[in-house]
Every structure is written in structure tokens, then in C-alpha cells.
Design a protein around this ligand. Structure first.
Ligand SMILES: [Zn+2]
Length: 174
């Protein structure tokens, strides 16, 4: 059975002017909606302060959650906690010409705001550039040993031609 699509929709048409709060929860189902997502397994709570004004909307997002990533050292899956804030201004217009990272333009015919793409992007900005177990003792020791063996093997293969040349030289001198 296909899991239900997770949406982050703010139905602004029925809202009065002022600040409204929304809360969304997303998990791996959310990331499955995007092809080639580098995030497969994550849980997030997204709190939104949505301010409706006459001509524009101000959106503040608070993102907090955990992502399963692979340790750079031992490659074991591990959970990393991240959080962050983003803000977005929604304006109305017929073209997205004036859009920037902080300004999104939607058609005056719209009656709801879908924040899925923005949230997907914001979560990627929160990804740490390096992920590893806090202490090396927490790493998968067996895996590190295997990886080290592999690296040493590669190095010795690279050295091979030189060793071969040396041994040829040695043969001649004898
Ligand atoms: Zn590790």
C-alpha cells in the first residue's frame, strides 16, 4: 500500500489577518516524494508562525529533527540531531521574476500555500558537512579495521611498479 503523501499546506484563504501557528510532522515518507533525495530516513517537527497581512505573508519556520546518516569514519548508520530557523516572505504576482531565497511569489489565484519544497531545501541546509561518532571508541571497530586494510592494500598496489623497477635493477647488478 502506498503511504499517504505528507504535505505542508497552509490554507491561508480562510485565515484572518494576524499570526497563526501551524505544526507539521514529517518522516521518511516525506523525503520519498522527492526523486534522488540524499535524505532517506529522518523525522522532523516543523513549527510555523504564519503572519497574514493585507498584501503579503510572513512565514517563520522552526525546524527540529533527526536524520540518519552514515559515519564518515566507520560508515555505520547513526542519528544526527539538527535544528534551525528560516524565514520566508510570500508575495502575490503573476511571474516568479522577483523571487529570491527569501521571497516566494505565488499567483493571486492561490488559496493555500505549500511549503514542502522550501522545507525540503531548508533541511538540506541543516545537514552537517561532517558526520561521525563523537568518540572513536563509539565507531564500529571491525569496520575501521577492514577499511584500513583496504587502504593499505591500495597503497601497496600503487607502489608496486616502483618496487618492480627496483627489483629489476637489483637483478642486473647481480
Ligand atoms: Zn563511526
Amino acid at each position: 500500500m502506498k503511504k499517504e503523501k505528507q504535505q505542508l499546506i497552509i490554507p491561508f484563504i480562510g485565515l484572518n489577518e494576524g499570526i497563526h501557528q501551524f505544526e507539521f510532522e514529517i518522516d521518511s515518507t516525506f523525503f520519498e516524494q522527492f526523486d534522488y533525495s540524499i535524505i532517506k530516513n529522518a523525522d522532523f517537527v516543523i513549527k510555523v508562525d504564519f503572519e497574514k497581512k493585507k498584501t503579503l505573508f510572513k512565514v517563520f519556520l522552526y525546524l527540529e529533527g533527526s536524520i540518519v546518516m552514515n559515519c564518515d569514519r566507520c560508515l555505520d548508520a547513526m542519528t544526527t540531531k539538527v535544528k534551525g530557523e528560516e524565514k520566508l516572505i510570500i508575495k502575490f504576482g503573476e511571474t516568479s521574476f522577483n523571487e529570491t531565497d527569501e521571497i516566494k511569489v505565488i499567483s493571486p489565484a492561490e488559496y493555500e500555500l505549500d511549503l514542502a519544497n522550501e522545507v525540503y531545501e531548508y533541511i538540506h541546509l541543516l545537514l552537517p558537512s561532517k558526520v561521525e561518532h563523537e568518540k572513536i571508541e563509539d565507531c564500529n571497530a571491525k569496520m575501521i579495521e577492514q577499511l584500513e586494510k583496504l587502504t593499505t592494500k591500495q597503497e601497496s598496489t600503487e607502489l608496486d611498479p616502483r618496487w618492480a623497477a627496483l627489483s629489476k635493477f637489483k637483478d642486473k647488478s647481480e
